[in-house]
Design a protein around this ligand. Sequence first.
Ligand code: PMP
Length: 314
Amino acid sequence: MPLCIYLNGRYFSTREEAQVTVFDHGLLYGDGVFEGIRAYHGRIFRCDDHLDRLYRSARGIDLQMPMERDELRQIVLETVRRTKLQEVYIRLVVSRGAGDLGIDPRKCAKPNLFIIADKIAVYPAEKYERGLRIITASTRRNRPDSLNSQIKSLNYLNNILGLQEAIRQGADEALMLNDSGYITEATADNVFVVRGEALLTSPAYLGLLEGITRGVVMDLGRRLGMKVEERPLVLQDAYGADEVFLTGTGAELVPVIDVDGRRIADGTPGPWYKRLLAEFRERTKWDGVPVQPEGEATASPRRPAPGPAAGIVS
Ligand code: PMP
């Protein structure tokens, strides 16, 4: 029984049992927020960062969370525990709840909260070995002053339109530009460019989600001695890069070997990507909240001494 679903106070083990009404405004209007989290080796990676972001997203759309953060944290742990899996993807969703057929959120008496804990594979293993081919979408990323990209909302149409362009062109993913033509992110992942020893990614104010994996990778890059910089990236930066890769909770770190039909360097995943991925894998061994109480199934592996960089506290 690997799948476990929590829904408004109850736990389910099949997809069919866990149901919400068709009047839910998350479904009718995309009115709600979510998080995607992963557990590795029985530890929820960056659990508190994700919970913080969820509560910030909820505040961003003026959605009253149905419970305090600590209670939700316990429920997330319990949901994962019930899967009995060590490697789990956790989808946490809070929707505005059931209302009427108008958009008015005041008609929704209480939010629906559900958590799906299950296995996930965003890309086949071969893509991590060989790399992705991506294109630039003509659909521009939402302007952050109309829909703040820091709000992880249930409304992903902007990104879906971008991904559909990639699919139509036979590509794996799409880069999304903002309305000034700067690279923001891919359709559900952040974008990194490597140039020499520099690790570059666009700053959040351009209208991208400040990914939690992005933050971890920037920290790892500094520890490896890279010069990490947030800089507004344009397409030429990607075309001329030594390496390009994407990061996200679901996709993890995935290399890109082709952008708009232009081969990146020699067309194979680069050495920095490989080193960062190896460091990332190491980090997932200790950086997380144990699903079982400490000292039982998950004796803490060695946590390395703090490096020179200001590490992100989980
Ligand atoms: N950008 C977008 C639009 C996303 O949906 C995500 C999450 N999949 C990311 C970036 C990466 O964020 P994180 O590393 O926190 O998962």
